[in-house]
Design a protein. Sequence first.
Length: 73
Amino acid sequence: MEIQNSSRAKPLMVARSKVEDLFPGLNGKTLANKLSQGLGPKAYRVGRKIYYRVEDLEAYLTQSPILTSESEA
């Protein structure tokens, strides 16, 4: 289940089980492990499901880029 914001093309929030649909390579189990360690993006519980704001996932994924000699800092 995704929670949509009508003013955006992308969803506002995404269920942990559907994270990989929007972010290929980002596994929901990895996010579950990070959450249990107190790490990773902020999560929200709705009933029995865990949701993440797409904005928080994007920030989490871009917080530690790998810098190369050709990339700009």
